[in-house]
Ligand binder design. Structure first.
Ligand code: NDP
Length: 295
């Protein structure tokens, strides 16, 4: 029997509805959660993401500002902008859209954001809190969204073999830190695979929960999936497809058709992890506002 779908659109919708209720409660106390997104340059994909983030904030009743800076922005100018937002009491969350133009140092910029406003969860203070299991910090939105999808799809994680393909700082590593904690929706035995892993299939075939974030279209095929596994496909890849109007389509890092025949539950692409990222960003921003107000 083909796997059941874990529908990211449905789960993200419920999270965004919950966020809107939390926003209303805060607004009643005189606090409107505010998110600032800084976009440097004119990367079209980033512009779309940023626009969607702004719309999602508006829909949830949050305050949102987008700061567009030219591609020629200097490091000093960007740091001054971040400082201005750090000091602005109407802004509870700050996100600097990546990737930045090459002449800017992303690490320095990330470190300049106040950890209490770092709703992307990339500041070393938040990275450290995630690793030690301190839930007061902010967890990067994509892995946080994956954990939420596992929880809301009723997937048991305790004692399970969780194999993550990919070790990036934005997905693989924080995902590992989340799943290994001795707590709810975690407590798994975690393996992290990467490009130097000797026999990837040997690992993926052990996985009760297989999370793939490798950035390689359809890399994980059905024969690499253990029967009955829960498969979460983080990948978003644009591949050419002359049969579509646009000439391309989006696929994940998992070969959906063959993996679906082996898995018990699976996320589609699009409509899987993708919509969760913005939902978790809103959730983090509301929490930042609550924390700033002493809850
Ligand atoms: P990165 O390119 O930063 O990292 C990819 C990781 O996969 C690396 O650790 C790399 O190993 C590993 N990898 C690559 N090829 C193989 C292989 N053949 N075998 C084993 N491991 C391999 O990507 P990201 O983590 O940023 O993103 C991953 C995917 O998730 C992309 O498709 C991206 O578009 C998508 N994404 C989706 C989001 C969403 O909202 N749904 C948000 C963020 C990302 P090594 O470290 O050795 O190079």
């Amino acid at each position: 029997m083909p796997a059941e779908l874990i529908d990211g659109n449905v789960i993200a919708r419920s999270i965004r509805d919950e966020v809107a209720l939390d926003v209303a409660k805060l607004v009643a106390r005189g606090i409107q959660p505010g998110l600032a997104v800084v976009l440097v340059g004119d990367d079209p994909a980033s512009e779309v993401y940023v626009r969607n983030k702004g719309r999602a904030c508006d829909e949830a009743g949050m305050h949102s500002v987008t700061i567009n800076m030219p591609a020629t922005t200097t490091q000093q100018e960007l740091l001054a902008q971040v400082k201005h937002l750090n000091d602005d009491p109407a802004i509870h969350g700050i996100l600097v859209q990546m990737p930045l133009p090459k002449h800017l140092d992303a690490d320095v910029v990330i470190r300049s954001i106040l950890p209490a406003k770092d709703v992307d969860g990339f500041h070393p203070v938040n990275v450290g809190k995630n690793l030690i299991g301190d839930r007061d910090g902010f967890v990067p939105c994509t892995p946080a969204g994956v954990q939420e999808m596992l929880a809301r799809s009723g997937t048991v994680t305790k004692g399970k073999e969780c194999v993550i393909v990919g070790r990036s700082n934005i997905v693989g590593k924080p995902m590992m830190a989340l799943m290994v904690q001795n707590g709810a929706n975690a407590n798994a035995t975690v393996t992290v695979c990467h490009s130097a892993t000797r026999d990837l299939k040997e690992h993926t075939l052990r996985a009760d929960i297989l999370i793939v974030a490798a950035g390689k279209p359809k890399m994980v095929t059905g024969d690499m999936v253990r029967k009955g596994a829960v498969v979460i496909d983080v990948g978003i890849n644009r591949i050419e497809d002359p049969s579509t109007k646009s000439g391309f389509r989006l696929v994940g890092d998992v070969d959906f058709a063959s993996a679906r025949e082996r898995a018990s539950k699976i996320t589609p692409v699009p409509g899987g992890v993708g919509p969760m990222t913005i939902a978790m960003l809103l959730k983090n921003t509301v929490r930042a506002a609550e924390q700033s107000a002493g809850r």
